[in-house]
Design a protein around this ligand. Structure first.
Ligand SMILES: Cc1ncc(COP(=O)(O)O)c(C=O)c1O
Length: 365
């Protein structure tokens, strides 16, 4: 079977640097919130074009801390898109607030600004657009709606390291940008990790406190917080992988270009790039009314695919009774039936990609 990911390939490619990073941490005696973490924060902030980055334990923790820092909790609602990874919704639930679903646009599978505006209520305290598959949601439209209603935007950038919208880096348009470094992400750790970027110095300090029991230094605990710290081993490995992120994103984009050139637009819907975006192709997601048959055909041809995601959030068992909306997000449910993610990882061998393309052409013929 041709794999969907090959996470070990990236480690193999940079093994000497990664081994040196691990050895440095082991010898340092500093394992949590130390010099590697601080260096990674500075380097990731520079990459993300943000003044501040705060390392945390996961992408979900980044979202939770951003919501907590804005004082969001029980009685509040937070608008999120109806098709995203479940942690976008789980983070809202974990601070005691209610996820309110905006529908997505069918072609891009990104938050639909018109649906967002329709879902805003007097209880709405934040808007969380998700830059799904490596492409920024329409930040100009979303930011304008948010500004008109006086509601902050928290960007879910878990799939969008290096993405841009109209020349602005993902994570720098809203009040905070939340990144995941889960191993499959464009920048992936060897375990769980995440970061929050912000342009606001006071918020940056707050995030740093909230990840560490509300600590301001020494034994000065000034507010209730959590333990959502980034460890030194992950930070040191992320520093190595960050140096290769831009090249990896370019390889993903080149793979996308090859798929576009070879796949039959007439029989499949290829991913739509919004004007003015820099897409980093965390996933290459095609749409087909015969998705399940295509997926089975590809599996029979030894090509592994995935579906991100098979259910809209209102249909996920854990969320069904916990999310709210004025209008049921029908387009998200429809997209969930047609989307199919093809292998696009940076190390994807050209021959494997040809095999994927060949199998799809064979199905479409
Ligand atoms: C869109 C989105 N948001 C949030 C997360 C949560 O990140 P993590 O798995 O690091 O908690 C993920 C990844 O799983 C994601 O894809």
């Amino acid at each position: 079977m041709l794999p969907f990911h090959d996470l070990a390939a990236q480690v193999r490619d940079h093994k000497v640097e990664i081994d040196a990073a691990i050895a440095r941490v082991l010898a340092s005696g500093e394992y949590v919130l130390g010099s590697e973490g601080r260096a990674f924060e500075a380097e990731f902030a520079a990459y993300a074009a943000a003044p501040f980055a705060i390392g945390v334990a996961s992408g979900m923790a980044a979202l939770e801390l951003a919501l907590l820092a804005l004082g969001i909790g029980p009685g509040d609602d937070v608008v999120i898109p109806a098709l995203t990874a479940v942690p976008t919704a789980m983070a809202v639930l974990s601070v005691g607030a209610t996820p309110r679903l905006a529908d997505v646009q069918l072609d891009t599978v990104l938050m639909d600004p018109a649906s967002l505006e329709h879902e805003i209520t007097p209880r709405t305290r934040a808007i969380v657009p998700v830059h799904l598959y490596g492409q920024c949601a329409d930040l100009v439209a979303i930011d304008a709606i948010a500004a008109r209603h006086g509601i902050p935007v928290i960007e879910d950038c878990a799939q969008a390291h290096g993405a841009m919208d109209q020349g602005r880096a993902a994570g720098t348009v809203g009040i905070a940008g939340c990144f995941s470094f889960y191993p499959t992400k464009n920048l992936g750790a060897i375990g769980d990790a995440g970061a929050i970027v912000t342009t606001d110095a006071a918020l940056a300090e707050r995030f740093a406190r909230l990840r560490n029991y509300g600590n301001r230094g020494g034994f000065d605990f000034i507010e209730p917080g959590r333990n959502e710290r980034l460890d030194e081993l992950q930070a040191a490995i992320l520093r190595v992988k960050l140096r290769h992120l831009a090249a990896g994103n370019e390889r993903r984009r080149a793979n996308a270009t090859r798929y576009r050139a070879a796949l039959p637009e007439a029989k499949l819907r290829l991913p739509v790039e919004r004007p003015g975006v820099h897409h980093v192709y965390h996933q290459f997601v095609i749409q087909s009314d015969r998705r399940d048959a295509l997926r089975e055909h590809l599996a029979a041809a030894a090509v592994a695919t995935l579906v991100h995601y098979p259910l809209a959030l209102q249909d996920v068992e854990a969320l069904r009774t916990r999310v709210v909306f004025r209008e049921a997000p029908r387009r998200a449910a429809e997209a969930a039936r047609t989307i199919l993610s093809l292998p696009i990882y940076p190390e994807l061998p050209a021959a494997h990609q040809q095999q994927v393309i060949g199998a799809i052409l064979d199905f479409a013929a």
